[in-house]
Design a binder for this molecule. Structure first.
Ligand code: HH2
Length: 324
């Protein structure tokens, strides 16, 4: 039986595929053999199969780990612990030593119900940390922000990646500034603003709606001069989603390869783990590891996690068995 190699990877072979066609409210699904001629339009097959370019100089043949550094008083997982610059820098250095490939530095919490932070406050929190880390760390630095000016200044100070939970929709200047920096950009799906996004999220079909929304954001980026090869897509676990929405997305992560970009998954310590198990935020590492492995099994290339050493260990076991 012939197979379909996804994202140019010989370790990501599919023998069958599900073809999903949506026409208005009608969704048709069929399972086909991967060598069926009419499996999908040629341009979709090309996007599925094309080898992904390196991101910020990092090859995507094995999963990359993004360590989270929140310089905030109110993040859901570690709010207040790293608000002081020295604490944030020490934490980032620890994650770097634990083997993070990328450090995602953010100074605005986007947890459900959180209030936005103004530009000056965000710059005051984030810039000293980026400036201190840039010459010291092995990992690439990512700036987690929705603001164009923060993107611009962070890029100048050495950030190698932009991570925007609004996929460059929040700040009217963000598309142009992100294009000007020449940096790769994470486009994350969110429904609504953090303050109200969990009030009553609704979708016709969550997986297809998120897919189509990300496809439209990729188009907008390409029109603004950011090529697809510099974009990373993220379904935005927990951002305007119920438990059922999050689980549907986790089970269907591989569909996002059809967008032709690397996939980032941020499931670490999130509330769906608490809803499934009753575990408090501090006790969600086992569930976070399970979600990470679910991702890599579906070919997710980038994992955003709070617990770098533990995730590295889980991946080492996973990769060891795969290699054997
Ligand atoms: N999740 C959070 C923040 N940024 N970025 C991407 N691309 N994907 C995610 O899933 C994602 C993200 C939320 O996690 P955390 O930073 O720990 O919390 P908070 O937003 O409360 O600071």
């Amino acid at each position: 039986m012939s197979t379909l190699a996804v994202a140019g990877r010989s370790d990501l072979l599919f023998a069958t595929a599900e073809v999903i066609e949506r026409d208005g409210s009608e969704v048709r699904r069929r399972i086909v053999s991967a060598d069926a001629r009419d499996i999908a339009p040629p341009e979709l097959l090309e996007r599925l199969g094309r080898r992904r370019d390196a991101i910020a100089g990092l090859a995507l043949e094995r999963p990359l780990i993004v360590g989270v550094v929140n310089i905030t008083p109110d993040s859901f997982s570690d709010g207040g612990r790293y608000l002081a610059p020295d604490a944030a820098i020490a934490h980032a250095l620890r994650l770097d030593a634990e083997g993070a490939d990328i450090l995602d530095i953010g100074a605005e919490s986007t947890r459900p119900g959180s209030e936005a932070v103004d530009l000056q406050e965000e710059l005051r929190r984030v810039m000293p940390v980026i400036e201190a880390l840039a010459p010291k760390v092995r990992a690439r630095l990512s700036i987690d922000t929705r603001k164009a000016e923060v993107m611009r200044r962070a890029a100048r100070a050495g950030a190698a990646l932009i991570n925007d939970v609004s996929a460059l929709t929040h700040d009217p200047g963000a598309l142009q500034v992100a294009a000007e920096t020449g940096l790769p950009v994470v486009l994350m799906h969110a429904q609504g603003d953090p303050r109200t996004m969990q009030d009553d999220p609704r979708y016709a079909d969550v997986v297809l709606d998120v897919y189509d929304w990300l496809a439209a954001r990729i188009d907008a980026c390409e029109r603004a001069g950011i090529p697809r090869s510099r974009l990373i897509v993220d379904p935005g676990i927990g951002f305007g989603k119920t438990l059922a929405h999050n689980l549907a997305l986790l089970g269907a992560l591989s569909i996002f390869h059809g967008l032709g970009c690397p996939i980032l998954l941020g499931a670490s310590r999130k509330s769906f783990i608490g809803k499934l198990t009753g575990a408090d935020v501090a006790d969600r590492l086992p569930g976070s590891i399970a979600a990470a492995l679910l991702g890599v099994q579906q070919g997710v290339q980038i994992l955003r996690v709070h617990d770098v050493a533990a995730t590295r260990q889980a991946l080492a076991v996973w990769e060891g068995a795969q290699g054997a």
